[in-house]
Design a protein. Sequence first.
Lengths: 359, 359
Amino acid sequence: MAGRRPSVKPSDAAHSPVSMADLARELGVSMTTISRALSDHHSIGPATKQAVLKLAKKLNYQPNRMASALRKGTSTLLGVIVPYIEGRFFASVVHGIETAASKAGYSIIICQSNEDVAQERKNLETLLSAQVAGILVSVSRTTLDFRHFDKVRKRGVPLVFFDRILEGDSVNAVVLNDQDGAYQATRHLLEQGCRRVAHLAGPQHLNIYRNRRQGYLDALQNQGIAPDESLIIDCDMTLEGGQASMKQLLALPNPPDGVFSAGDWAVLGALQVLKSRGVRVPQDVALAGFSNEALTMVAEPHLTSVDQRCEEMGQAAFRLFTDLAAADGTAFSQRQVVLQPQLFVRESSQRGAEVAGNK
Amino acid sequence: MAGRRPSVKPSDAAHSPVSMADLARELGVSMTTISRALSDHHSIGPATKQAVLKLAKKLNYQPNRMASALRKGTSTLLGVIVPYIEGRFFASVVHGIETAASKAGYSIIICQSNEDVAQERKNLETLLSAQVAGILVSVSRTTLDFRHFDKVRKRGVPLVFFDRILEGDSVNAVVLNDQDGAYQATRHLLEQGCRRVAHLAGPQHLNIYRNRRQGYLDALQNQGIAPDESLIIDCDMTLEGGQASMKQLLALPNPPDGVFSAGDWAVLGALQVLKSRGVRVPQDVALAGFSNEALTMVAEPHLTSVDQRCEEMGQAAFRLFTDLAAADGTAFSQRQVVLQPQLFVRESSQRGAEVAGNK
DNA sequence: TTGTAGGCGTTATCAA
DNA sequence: TTGATAACGCCTACAA
């Protein structure tokens, strides 16, 4: 191809970018004309417009979004705050947001709160100071009130919460119907013939885990089964936590024949304990988890799980932002988008004739 | 806690942020004074300085980073381009970058190229147009030349590549010593008594997979073993690809007793095939993978794998950026940082007395 | 259809 | 130690 690049010249110093003023000077017209040509304004001669565009391309003109934002008072930057970016869920949501945002001409600034309110507060300041057009946030585990978000509202910056929200407050949010997901999973276990379904419950101060527990209870009630408190185990949703919980359940005088866990790692822990004790899955104990992590397809047997629609959540969050931005601060009426989760049935819960594959 | 928030006032319109001019007016001093007080400039009376800071806090003043950047010609925004954000590797690297960056007062803008050069080109324009202070990039799979990066250099914007780089070109980069990682893994298999070690090789146009293959060959040579071409299988590094590759290997007249895969998903596929055929792991065939994905601890037996030091890579990339920025365009001499991978030995390759646990 | 001029919020230069 | 003033690059009344 092109010959090898000449060795870097020492005097290859920063080449200042070309501005509208440069184009104007070059063409002998005013900056207004340039501006209009580039922004596809009406009232501009097609000839001049073409000339401007051509020169812009030739000189490799790049608009300065900062200057534009400063002038217009609104940028094309979007702030996103997540507890952490690692792990399937948030990474996928961010993927969804970024994809939708970049299509619409927005860039996203990512901040991590590391599950710390203080950091979350700082993130908010950083983003406001960067003049973002909107902020999308999933609150940290340690966020107990909303006061620090008031600044954002006062500034008229659209604010959208996703997944983790503080309940009892009126906010714009995109959430998963965790309750229904849990209901689906539990009902499925019951339909597979389970009579005593246990629940590994997550930290109850988080809305998502409260809702999953409620969905579990709903499914039992719907089948006329009275909940048994000894079958509901508090669990931190880790692998080890799942193992401990399962041991606790097996130690019961009347152990369960099905387990619905609010998380996949915990249900994996449960599976490991069952296998180590020679308990058959799903014949003796059927299992279902929540999140549809990659591990569900690695474990043996494959684990039934509830999918959280991560990408859709990201897309929906972005759309909600654009809606709010379009409403232009006039109607900050709180809007909630609720996504429907989907149960993926796999071997760990399938007691029927043949074991259906992945899907 | 605090009483319930009053219902949203309809006239709760966008409250324009307080600027330096506001502070100046309020205190009856000039904007220059305000600026100096806030930027901790010398030559300012301690009394005035205190007054300014106090008022700033009271009125909740937030500096406008855009205006500052416009004036100073350099922002505190950092652009990051990755092929995709999902998946453990890039998410972790981004985590590392963000953590280091936010400590230093930078915010990061994330772009995904979706493994597409055209998109990558667009990302670059977007970032330049956002006036970022630097760009960190892991090139897409379809990037075959560097021309589109020249613009970045011409602008004097520090450019750092990480993990995936185009070889033969002089760039600033942080990479993993893939060759050594592969060498470690292969040597380990040989030390466990394997005589015929196969290799599942990734797409050879990517430097990382070429280097892993080379490391494999080096280890063989180091033990005086002549490489057997039939034991080196081209694989797309997916689960299915790993399955197919393993079947191919088992069909050989003289099948291998060890497999080093350039990726974890492929080695998982291999494991599945071996188990389904009743071949014992690690006794009959020992396995090792690359990436140290979460799945290595889920599979049974746990999989030996090479860790990529994702977070360190992110940190190192950011540090390299700051170094370049400090050099101030004077010395764009290419600098390479090479990280040392670490082999995590687990059950899938451990033929010794007792099977050591994780870590 | 085109041009002039002022300003977005900040910082740097100069003079007081 | 402080203040007036001019930029940075862009947009947009308003005037021509």
